[in-house]
Design a protein around this ligand. Structure first.
Ligand code: PAF
Length: 307
């Protein structure tokens, strides 16, 4: 195991730990997390390292952000595993871990879904769609904390997982629209051998739910494999796969443009799009998505023989 990374608990400690890197003109790569780190996070750290090189500094933040949870969501039971997280960061060669308290991040006060601070980030209309229909205040919380952390870390590049695809799109839009000067990279989703996307919430699943959770990826892959016949066929293939599952309570299953804008009924051959799913297994809510390349929609008779 490599040396433990330097641990900053306060804003001042973080700024002091990064000062030498800034003085030397080293690049800073940043991976924001809520902890409970797993191989998916490790792959984000490796991407950050690849972006900044050996002379750069890689910073990971570990903070369960109350503002992005609604009252009644899993804020209190969200796993907090700092010692194991520091071990993973050490093994991946992270230079600095920033693990602040809620008071440090929100001196004005914070609770689930609310803060008494005056300024928060308005994530715009996309934040009311897909995840936002079920979690209307979620992305305001995400963008507000990411903006705070960008301001403190001042990274050259920040790496987010594609598993939270809507989050990635919104963070990228914020960085561009608010001229934050951060290059936002989306790293590929890491999966279990049966296709389940790694997530800190997978640990809530019992063995039956864990078995069934792999179906989410099968549903998305059914769409991916039939996307050449157009979006209607792709969506119907996904729905057919979903009908074969048990115990999955669907929130949404949608095909959107790569920037998550709604797609018109007819799209040109080769349109790059995204299929996204959110579903509950018992009380656990999981999300996943895949890129799909759409063929032009065909007349129904041309679709015969396609499941
Ligand atoms: O994806 C996450 O873990 C969180 O939403 C993030 C980006 C760390 C903000 O709290």
């Amino acid at each position: 195991m490599s040396d433990r990374p330097s641990l900053a608990r306060s804003r001042e400690e973080l700024v002091a730990l990064l000062a030498p890197a800034r003085a030397q003109g080293s690049r800073v790569g940043y991976v924001p997390t809520m902890g409970a780190l797993h191989e998916g996070h490790a792959s984000l750290v490796r991407e950050a390292r690849a972006q900044v090189g050996e002379s750069g500094r890689v910073v990971v933040s570990i903070f369960v952000n109350p503002l992005q949870f609604a009252p009644g969501e899993d804020l209190d039971r969200y796993p907090r595993t700092l010692e194991a997280d520091l071990d993973l960061c050490a093994a991946e060669g992270v230079d600095v871990v920033f693990a602040p308290s809620p008071e440090e991040v929100y001196p004005g006060g914070v609770a689930a879904g609310e803060t008494s601070e005056t300024t928060t980030v308005d994530p715009g209309p996309l934040a009311t769609q897909l995840e936002g229909r079920v979690r209307p205040t979620h992305f305001r919380g995400v963008l507000t904390v990411v903006a705070k952390f960008f301001g403190l870390v001042r990274p050259d590049v920040a790496v987010f997982g594609q598993k939270d695809y809507q989050q990635l799109v919104l963070v990228r839009a914020m960085a561009t629209d608010l001229c934050m000067g951060v290059d936002v990279i989306g790293a590929e989703t890491v999966r279990e051998p049966d296709g389940l996307a790694l997530s800190s919430r997978n640990r809530y699943l019992d063995s039956e739910q864990r078995f069934e959770a792999a179906s989410l990826n099968l549903v998305l892959r059914a769409a991916q494999e039939s996307a050449q016949w157009g979006q209607d066929v792709a969506l119907e293939s996904a729905r057919a796969e979903l009908r074969r599952t048990k115990g999955i309570d669907l929130d949404y299953l949608e095909i959107r443009a790569a920037d998550l804008s709604p797609l018109p009924a007819e799209v040109p051959e080769g349109t790059e799009a995204r299929i996204l799913i959110a579903a509950r297994l018992g009380s656990t809510r999981l999300i996943d998505n895949l890129p799909i390349t759409l063929g032009a929609s065909r007349a129904p008779e041309a679709q015969e023989g396609v499941r």
